[in-house]
Structures are given as C-alpha cells and as structure tokens.
Design a protein around this ligand. Structure first.
Ligand code: NAD
Length: 294
C-alpha cells in the first residue's frame, strides 16, 4: 500500500520507521530536512511538499503539532486534500481540537476523501516500540480497512465513535494525566515536609489504589530531577487549551483542569515549558522553596 506521511517529529519519525519495517511504501514530507533524511535512510521516499507526498497515495497520514497545522496542511486551494485521489483516506494522528477534526472531515468529504481522527498516547518510547494506544473516531468500515496499518504503530487501537471521538477521548486522557501528575506532586511534597522520604511513600503506595501508570512514569523523574521530555509542558498546555475550548462548547465543568492549567502557565512563564510535564512538581517546589528528593 502506498502511504504519504506529513510530520516526522518526536512521534512521527519513529512511527514512520515502524511503517517501513512493516513493508509499507512510504513517501514523507516535513519542514525539517534532517528528520526527513533519517527516515529516507530507513527506506522512505522524500517528497518536496505535502501535496507531492500525498499524490497517488491510498492513505495519507499526518502527525503535526495542533489544529492550525493540520488545517493549513490539508485544507484550501493549496491543501493536500486537493491532491488526494477520490476514494483515498486521510488519518490524522495529531492531538488536535475535536471540532477541528469534524471541520476537516466535512471539507474532505466534499472532495471524496474519507477521514479518521486517530490521536495516540504513549509518548516517544512507545512510538519507537510500536506500542502506542490509538483512540480513533470515524466510520466503522474505514476503521476496519486501516486497522492493520495502525496496528504496526500501536498495540491498542480502539474505535471510540464517529469522527472527532478520537480527539475527545485524547482530551479525556490528557485531563487524567495532568491532574494525576499534580496530585503526585502535591502528595510527595506534603510527605517530604511532614518528614517522610518521597521514595518510601512512592514504594509503599504504588501497588495500592493510588498507584498508576502516570505515578510509575513520573514520580521517579521528579525524585531524580530528570525533566528531559518525554512530553513537554508546552504541548500539554496546548492539549488543555483544546480541553477548555471543547468544555466551553459543550458546557462541561472543568474545575481541576483549570487549576492544573494555571500551574502549567506559571511554569511556562518561568521558561520551563520545554521541560517534561513531570516538572509540574516544580510549581509546588517554587511555593515551598524545596525540591522533592528521593
Ligand atoms: P514535534 O513538534 O516533535 O513534531 C511535529 C513535526 O511537524 C515537526 O517535525 C515539524 O517540522 C513538522 N511540521 C510542522 N508544521 C509542518 C508543516 N506545515 N508541514 C510539514 N511538517 C510540519 O511534535 P510531536 O511530539 O511529534 O507531536 C506530534 C503530535 O503528537 C502532537 O499533536 C502531540 O500533542 C502528539 N503527541 C505527542 C506525544 C509526545 O510524547 N511527544 C505523545 C502523544 C501525542
């Protein structure tokens, strides 16, 4: 199958490599020539534009930062949608606003192109291992047709509903992750100030009801002072902005998300937006003038 792929960043690059390993014929485009060269070295063809990457492809994939990027790449007279064959399919794997996914799908439908929104969770390590979790929105028959392609990049591929449902689910995921990291930070700081070592607290509670994948991934990073991303605070701010826009549109209460968003904005202003989101603990450290240490 001929696939065109646009966006080869932290996530897109290893995902493209897994498609190549599975034997798909891949033509790629990214604004960054260095990352393109790395994927070409693994067997992809390079295209001079998104339109050229999509020409003649049965399937076009994007892995771009946010809604405006996906819209500008796909829509309009100069958009990739115009270059796609009637009957071809577009799968956007970026985490974007679900309302934007629905808008893009409606425009592409006019051109005879089907769309799935299929954001992922798991981060760079799981993108490399091909064990991402895909949350998908769209028609069942389109999902069934490309399920196998997504399975080369992920170990869990779940259809959540109609178009936009993938990104709604991803926003739910991002709420749980953000609030969970803030709760771990708040708890470890309280424990340390009350005289118990954070590592003892972590070891004691990780197997019980309070334990979580988030705690296992992020508590050690906090205690080891390792804030190398992973998933940058600035990207999480982007996702929580999409959460709050969506919540406003459907009138849903966002008490906890709003509080963690304020913490992340403070960290961004302090120049820490480039750190992994485990650095939410640094908001508490700023208030207490004390680092969380093992
Ligand atoms: P990234 O910034 O590393 O990569 C984005 C890539 O898109 C870059 O290589 C950039 O050059 C390219 N790009 C931007 N505009 C372009 C255009 N107009 N044409 C062609 N290429 C263009 O971002 P990432 O970390 O790979 O994340 C991609 C998406 O995946 C985001 O929506 C993010 O929220 C989501 N995501 C990221 C992670 C993570 O841990 N990094 C985890 C899950 C989901």
């Amino acid at each position: 199958m001929k696939i065109g792929m646009i966006g080869l960043g932290i996530m897109g690059k290893p995902m493209a490599k897994n498609l190549l390993k599975a034997g798909y014929e891949l033509t790629v485009f990214d604004l960054n020539a260095e990352t393109v060269a790395e994927v070409v070295a693994c067997g992809a063809k390079s295209a001079p534009s998104g339109i050229a990457a999509a020409a003649g492809a049965e399937l076009v994939l994007t892995m771009l930062p946010n809604s405006p990027h996906v819209k500008s790449v796909m829509l309009g007279d100069e958009g990739v949608g115009q270059a796609m064959d009637k009957g071809a399919t577009f799968i956007d794997m970026s985490s974007i606003n679900p309302m934007a996914s629905r808008e893009i799908a409606a425009e592409l439908e006019k051109l005879g192109v089907e769309m799935l929104d299929a954001p992922v969770s798991g981060g760079e390590p799981k993108a490399i291992d091909g064990t991402l979790s895909f949350m998908v929105g769209g028609k069942q028959e389109v999902f069934d047709r490309y399920h196998e392609v997504l399975c080369t990049m992920g170990s869990s591929v779940v259809l959540c509903g109609d178009i936009g449902a993938g990104n709604v689910t991803k926003l739910c995921n991002q709420i749980v992750v953000a609030v969970n990291i803030a709760a771990v930070s708040e708890a470890l700081m309280l424990g340390q100030k009350a005289g118990v070592k954070p590592d003892a607290i972590y070891q004691a509670i990780r197997g019980g009801l309070a334990g979580s994948t988030v705690m296992d991934a992020k508590a050690p990073m906090m205690m080891d002072r390792n804030f190398k991303p992973g998933f940058r605070i600035d990207l999480h701010i982007k996702d929580l902005n999409n959460v709050l826009d969506t919540a406003k549109a459907v009138d849903s209460p966002m008490l906890l998300t709003n509080q963690v968003m304020e913490m992340m904005k403070v960290l961004h202003s302090d120049g820490k937006g480039i750190y992994d989101h485990s650095a939410i603990c640094q908001f508490y450290e700023k208030l207490t003038n004390m680092d969380i240490q093992r």
